[in-house]
Design a protein around this ligand. Structure first.
Ligand code: FES
Length: 342
């Protein structure tokens, strides 16, 4: 198996363990270039956090984009392991990693420039940023892109909230992180500002919603990919299939998403919205109080075992929901879809 390395300046990456070779531009990552070449390199977060893309460097030199990437332990470093999503080649390399057919990209990621069209506030701290690039926006519902923001070192992963389109529009719903460098840069961009956009990435995309009902569980800034999955469902699902959307918020003012779902055909019938609030300090929230996994259990219970389930949110939420689904309701792992960002 091989990919083109004919461009001048393109470096040659040989995967010794499976006899594959691909080209990598000096400013690209080993992961990005491998996926662009159509190879099934396993990954999740794309930003050095999860450790799924580890490889062994057998020959050649690479530079790490992020020295303190949490996806690598001290032991990994001592054993000569690197993260493909954080490594740029300094010359031809020979590496060892395991390719996986299931990780082959359905749509190979591309790097392009995009310009900010609009920033639309959704809540007190979540804003929808709409960018446009010159080529069509080709991605699957639930995937993410890596954004290179002006003045920010390293790319950041943000999920798209819209669907693929020929107009080149990529929409992201992002929560402002106090003192966060990336969201600080994003929230102060002016219309027309240019960024780097590399995508699509991510394995937690909508599978054909033909055979099972769909459940989306979102918390915090996990809103965007679940909205995209719901939009994809509204477009693709055959009659008779339903989607339940759960949103876990901290305070009543954080509750969001319902207005976006109301725009979809079938809202209130086959598409329903449920919200829970975990810290209702003044007692004014009329809905469910507690954590979102408790609400999911209350509404669906043992019915969860027959659903296709998509999750996006902060790690404690993912852990609680995963424990409920796997341990209490024995949902098979192949019906559970999420990318770990932390
Ligand atoms: Fe590379 Fe997560 S650490 S994909």
């Amino acid at each position: 198996m091989s990919a083109s390395t004919s461009d001048p300046g393109t470096l040659r990456i040989a995967i010794q363990s499976c006899d594959a070779t691909y080209g990598c531009a000096p400013d690209d990552t080993l992961l990005g270039a491998g996926l662009r070449a159509g190879l099934g390199i396993p990954y999740e977060c794309g930003v050095g956090a999860c450790g799924t893309c580890k490889f062994e460097l057998l020959d050649g030199e690479v530079a790490a984009l992020r020295q303190d990437a949490p996806g690598l332990s001290a032991r990994d470093r001592a054993k000569g392991r690197w993260l493909a999503c954080q490594s740029r080649p300094l010359g031809d390399c020979v590496i060892k990693l395991r390719l996986d057919e299931a990780a082959k990209p359905v749509i190979a990621p591309r790097r392009r420039r995009a310009n900010l069209l609009a920033a639309i506030p959704l809540t007190h701290d979540i804003t929808e940023f709409r960018f446009r690039a010159d080529d069509g926006a080709d991605f699957l519902a639930g995937q993410y892109a890596l954004l290179a923001l002006p003045g920010v070192q390293g790319a950041r992963a943000y999920s798209m909230s819209n669907l693929a389109n020929g107009e080149g529009e990529w929409h992201f719903q992002v929560r402002l992180v106090p003192d966060g460098a990336a969201t600080g840069a994003l929230f102060t961009l002016s219309p027309g500002a240019a960024i780097g956009l590399d995508g699509p990435y991510g394995m937690a995309y909508l599978r054909p919603p033909d055979e099972r009902d769909v459940v989306c569980i979102a918390g915090g800034s996990g809103l965007a990919p679940m909205i995209s999955v719901a939009r994809g469902f509204a477009r693709q699902a055959p009659p008779g299939r339903s989607l339940r959307f759960f949103y876990g918020a901290r305070a009543p003012r954080d509750v969001c998403g319902e207005a976006l779902l109301r725009e979809l055909p079938g809202y209130g019938e086959r598409i329903t919205y449920h919200a829970s609030v975990s810290a209702d300090q003044d007692g004014g929230w009329p809905g469910h109080r507690g954590f979102v996994h408790q609400l999911v259990d209350e509404v669906l219970g043992s019915g969860l075992a027959d659903c296709e389930i998509y999750l996006a949110g902060p790690p404690p939420m993912i852990e609680s929901v995963e424990a409920l689904l796997r341990e209490v309701h024995q949902v098979p792992p192949e019906r559970l879809h999420y990318d770990r960002y932390f």
